[in-house]
Write a protein that binds this ligand. Structure first.
Ligand SMILES: Cc1cc2nc3c(=O)[nH]c(=O)nc-3n(C[C@H](O)[C@H](O)[C@H](O)COP(=O)(O)O)c2cc1C
Length: 239
């Protein structure tokens, strides 16, 4: 039982303790950047998805299940574009913070989205990062199927693309110090739920992946494992 005490503490609210602790925001420290840097010349603009037919919310929620086997063929790029918008797309950029298609505690949005692309129309295979402020992608590196398999603890399936979400905890810690980590865990659930719902509405299937190798997933994406690390992943394929 002692093994669970730290985990249970993490799940409980510690908001009252916040009044004894000054966050960096309260100390007057400047906020961290809300986006990672990138080379503007290398941004791949994603397809328009405004005319994509989608199921109703009612039909979609009724139909949603986890899928682990997918049809052959490539995913149309407008569908991937829709999924990226639905999971991390910008609704409004307020300068110091952003509003997106998903909620986030204090609008801190501490996540980055990486894609392991195996079969998407108009995109070569490889590892990409989503650029929400441009609704585009940056190609990062070639794919590595051996490392992917290690990262996913052999849960490779035959999906066409794998979403990996990393978190940059300081974006949340700057404002919420000790309560940040529970907020981050809640936030990422909203992101993956939007993925399930959006995918189901356009005949794609999702399998959330919580059981992954931290070290190998971070290595796959080139993350330092401390200031940025993977928190969740999801397969997406043709249903
Ligand atoms: C946080 C979380 C982690 C999960 N991790 C995995 C996983 O590592 N591998 C897997 O095959 N399914 C995983 N799943 C999918 C669940 O097994 C699935 O949601 C559950 O069996 C219920 O089925 P349903 O999604 O069809 O309702 C995960 C789901 C969630 C929400």
């Amino acid at each position: 039982m002692e093994n669970y005490i730290e985990g249970r503490k993490f799940l409980k609210s510690q908001w009252e303790k916040l009044s004894d602790i000054k966050s960096d925001q309260q100390k007057g420290v400047n906020p961290p950047e809300r986006f990672l840097g990138y080379d503007e010349n290398n941004v791949i603009c994603l397809s328009d998805f405004s005319t994509l037919p989608t199921r109703t919310v009612l039909e979609t929620i009724k139909k949603r299940t986890t899928k682990r086997k997918f049809k052959e063929g490539k995913i149309p790029q407008d569908k991937l574009s829709y999924l990226l918008w639905a999971t991390q797309g910008l609704r409004e950029d307020k300068g110091k913070y952003t509003f997106r298609t998903v909620p986030s505690a204090g609008a801190r949005h501490s996540f980055e989205t990486y894609l392991y692309v195996k079969g998407v129309e108009g995109l070569k295979e490889g590892i990409y990062r989503y650029i929400p402020e441009k609704h585009g992608l940056i190609f990062l590196k070639e794919k590595d199927d051996v490392l992917l398999s290690k990262a996913l603890l052999n849960q490779t399936f035959n999906s066409q693309v794998i979403f990996f979400w990393s978190c940059i905890p300081y974006r949340m810690e700057w404002r919420y110090s000790i309560v940040s980590h529970k907020m981050i865990a809640i936030d990422i659930g909203h992101v993956c739920q939007n993925l399930y719902i959006a995918a189901e509405s356009v005949d794609l299937g999702v399998c959330a992946i919580g059981a992954y190798s931290q070290e190998n997933a971070d290595k796959l994406l080139g993350l330092d494992g401390n200031d940025e690390f993977v928190v969740y992943a999801a397969h997406v394929g043709k249903a």
